[in-house]
Design a protein around this ligand. Structure first.
Ligand code: BGC
Length: 460
């Protein structure tokens, strides 16, 4: 990939999520989220007994965050909105002025530096009152989400052109209900997880259709969702079918209903799940079907494909279809960057020539400011993106590094670090310092201002 180049117009960004960086969990009239409750009820659910009460304190440090995005020379910065910060009750009967102002300042701050905001409506911090009504297992949530989306598009739609409805439904539904390690912390495998699968797709579809009908004509933005895609490699040839089924059961569950021509659940998946349910003693399948109307509602609700990618794994054995804990990217992933390219080729083969935006890709490492392992991760993965473009003819247009800075890494607290910038969590100011990976990323891919500040000469 040495001589290949990114096409003109290819865009580079970095991402964060509200609960992971904002802090200020109870300022002003902000409502309580399921993550606020989860970490406070039982601190031992987080490995280092920490929480996101303060996190990077981006609520107060947002100007520094904008400055960092500018230092890197990012084309865009992907953030998420905290639903309970904007709607303290979860419903639009009350809109928080302070919540809206916070995001207005951040959006305007980015735009003033020519950095485009890319906004996710939901990155896991559900308003608690909605959880008490069943959260993602209550079918009415599709309407609640649409109402929230309307508030968001109305307030920010004039300045935001890139939208994602939900981040990683597979983690929200499957990993969460199957392991209990994420908020709301309930175990409901086989039931809650499957009901959530369907409701979250309907919620996405309603929010997409709302934008398409009422906001797109005046603002001309684009909306999708961010799917967490794990690449499953057959362990050996005899496992090819199993690996394909694992892909349909994971990537396919959240892609086929939206991106395929037929719509509905992916081939084979409903049948396999029905069989497993019977084997487990359920009198009927607990996996909800779509009606014809629902298939039509969900089908085609995209303007591009949003893809988060961290890990690849090889598949064999009976347990291959279980979607359990959130898979951790490991150091071995630096050795397996081809999974990213293969995954994009699979998407193209399944759903046609979609525009793909890589909405997250990154690696946790522990080598401080001199994070050469992470540099290597970005280098090898970006090479694969180049090969996808030039060899496979994949229409990938955006690449997003996860993450701009170290932050609250869910059940792993602050023990896992993904940041281009290191954050000092012992310092009340939460000082942020660029790592070697920040210099590398900005120097090679963005129009860096960091270079003026220091040097990364050993990387050139
Ligand atoms: C999530 C991020 C998370 C990252 C690393 C992704 O699945 O979207 O919120 O920090 O993985 O674990």
């Amino acid at each position: 990939a040495k001589d290949l180049e990114f096409p003109p117009g290819f865009k580079f960004g970095a991402a964060t999520a509200s609960y992971q960086v904002e802090g200020a969990w109870n300022v002003s009239d902000k409502g309580v989220s399921i993550w606020d409750k989860f970490v406070h009820d039982d601190p031992a659910t987080i490995v280092d007994l920490s929480n996101g009460d303060v996190a990077c304190d981006s609520y107060h440090n947002w100007e520094r965050d904008v400055e960092m995005a500018a230092e890197l020379g990012l084309d865009y910065y992907r953030i998420s909105l905290s639903w309970p910060r904007i709607l303290p009750t979860g419903f639009p009967n009350k809109i928080s002025e302070d919540g809206v102002n916070y995001y207005n300042k951040l959006i305007d701050g980015l735009r003033a530096k020519a950095i485009e905001p890319m906004i996710t409506l939901y990155h896991w911090d559900l308003p608690l009152p909605l959880q008490e009504l069943g959260g993602w297992t209550n079918p009415l949530i599709a309407d609640w989400f649409e109402d929230y989306a309307r508030v968001v598009y109305t307030h920010f739609g004039d300045r935001v052109k890139l939208w994602l409805t939900v981040n990683e439904p597979i983690v929200i539904c499957d990993a969460t209900y199957n392991s209990g390690v994420s908020a709301p912390g309930y175990l409901s495998p086989d039931i809650g997880s499957y009901i959530c699968n369907k409701n979250i797709l309907l919620a996405h579809a309603k929010a997409w259709r709302l934008y398409d009908k009422e906001f797109k004509p005046k603002y001309n933005g684009r909306v999708s969702l961010a799917n967490h895609l794990l690449w499953f490699e057959p362990y050996s040839e005899e496992y090819t079918d199993l690996a394909e089924l694992a892909l349909q059961n994971s990537a396919g569950r959240y892609s086929h209903p939206i991106f395929s021509e037929a719509g509905g659940w992916p081939p084979g998946v409903e049948e396999v799940i029905a069989k497993v349910c019977l084997e487990k003693g359920y009198p009927r399948s607990t996996f909800p079907s779509f009606s014809k109307e629902e298939i039509e509602l969900v089908k085609g609700t995209y303007d591009y494909y949003g893809m988060n990618h961290y890990t690849s794994s090889s598949r064999r054995g009976a347990d291959s279809l279980a979607l359990r804990r959130r898979p951790r990217p490991t150091r071995e992933d630096t050795l397996n960057p081809e999974g990213l390219r293969k995954q994009m080729a699979w998407l193209k083969q399944q759903y046609g020539d979609l525009e793909i935006m890589i909405t997250e890709n990154g690696l946790p490492t522990y080598d401080g400011l001199n994070d050469t392992t992470r540099v290597d991760f970005y280098k090898t993965h970006l090479e694969q993106v180049l090969l996808s473009i030039h060899e496979d003819g994949v229409n990938v247009t955006h690449y997003t590094a996860w993450t701009l800075m170290d932050n609250f890494e869910w059940a792993d607290g602050y023990t896992i670090k993904f940041g281009l910038y290191e954050v000092d969590f012992t310092d009340p100011k939460r000082t942020r310092t660029p790592r070697e990976s920040a210099y590398y990323y900005s120097l090679h891919f963005c129009s860096s201002a960091l270079l003026g500040l220091s040097s990364a000469s050993d990387l050139t």
